[in-house]
Design a protein around this ligand. Structure first.
Ligand code: AMP
Ligand code: MN
Ligand code: MN
Length: 326
């Protein structure tokens, strides 16, 4: 995997005028926070910046500073010089944003997914980073790009959500040093955490209650899964963003090594989310077998088939991988 240095990216940022800052479909805090942070820095540098995500700004992250900058991409392409993909393991996970930046002469790919093939003219892919926002912070600081409290808040929210509140194994001393620097920029940790973790809509908990009703175990207790049908989602009136993080309840069970979540989608596919608690069980590799990707301990895929078919196929595969290790 090619690793470029920040200087080369910094040069391109200084030398061009029109940018599109993009992130993956079904965005999470890392995608949205990284997009806003880099866009705000570029804007302050005097650049014209578009911030596009197929899904637009999610309701639950709309408290992020300058959240209104992030919109759905336009249906017809606009002129940009440089497209920057953040937190996006494969280019087609940019969804409809991809078509809107057809005119881009230069592609920059900044990401932390192990499965990222390094697309684009410049790819800065660091799988050791717990969040793309940590790389964005490094870029801003090393290149002396504009930095302020709004940028800090977006980066903090991104790092906090992608590390499970600074808990997952890639959380390093460096991560906490960055967090300290972000706090010194003036952000209010208590308020931000409340907005992130104590402001869920009631329907999210009602969804968890339904998911737990479908909870199943395999391979003793080492594989736990639950699933969400379109029917249940409609009955509860939940949004796609409501289920982010619920899989952690399965991972948190003693004895569970792999947690899986299956969500029926409207296009005849099932969204699979997977988490592992053991470096010996690489869920990225499992998801890649189904056309997906991600990280060793957190990965996903979209698999064609009914909920029951995909559950069976994927759980079977997880079972085989676990057996090969026991
Ligand atoms: P999720 O379970 O959706 O939170 O995703 C876990 C990790 O896997 C995230 O870092 C995603 O970017 C990545 N991921 C999820 N779905 C896919 C997919 N279909 N293709 C590639 N990577 C994915
Ligand atoms: Mn992400
Ligand atoms: Mn990420």
């Amino acid at each position: 995997m090619t690793r470029f240095n920040f200087e080369e990216i910094g040069q391109i940022l200084r030398d061009h005028q029109r940018f599109a800052v993009l992130g993956h479909v079904r965005p999470d805090g890392d995608a949205l926070g990284s997009q806003l942070a880099l866009a705000l820095s570029l804007q302050q540098l005097g650049k014209e910046v578009r911030v596009w995500n197929e899904d637009g700004m999610l309701e639950k992250y709309s408290f992020l500073p300058r959240a209104e900058l992030l919109t759905k991409p336009p249906s017809s392409p606009e002129n940009v010089d440089v497209a920057i993909a953040l937190d996006t393991a494969i280019q087609n996970r940019l969804g409809t944003a991809l078509a809107a930046v057809r005119s881009a002469k230069i592609w920059i790919n900044i990401d932390h997914h192990l499965s990222n093939p390094g697309y684009g003219n410049i790819a800065y892919v660091d799988p050791s980073a717990p969040a793309t926002a940590e790389i964005v912070f490094g870029l801003i600081k090393s290149q002396g790009l504009p930095f302020n409290r709004d940028i800090a808040e977006n980066l903090y929210a991104a790092i906090s959500t992608d590390t499970g509140s600074f808990q997952y194994p890639k959380t390093s001393a460096h991560t906490l040093e960055i967090a300290a620097e972000l706090i010194r920029a003036g952000l209010d940790v208590g308020r931000l955490n409340q907005q992130l973790y104590e402001n869920y809509p009631r329907r999210r908990l009602e969804l968890l209650r339904e998911l737990l009703r479908t909870m199943r175990f395999r391979q003793g207790d080492s594989v736990a899964s639950f699933s969400l049908s379109l029917k249940t989602a409609a009955e509860l009136g939940v949004l796609p963003e409501d289920n982010e993080g619920l899989i952690d309840h399965l991972r948190a069970i003693r004895g569970v090594i792999v947690a899986a979540f299956f969500e029926e989608l409207t296009d005849g596919k099932v969204r699979v989310s997977m988490r592992s608690k053991s470096n010996f069980v690489d869920v990225c590799a499992i998801c890649q077998k189904f056309g997906g990707g991600g990280h060793t301990l957190a990965a996903g895929a979209r698999v064609r088939g009914t909920l029951a078919e995909v559950e069976e196929k994927v759980l079977e595969e997880i079972g085989e991988v676990l057996e090969s290790h026991s």
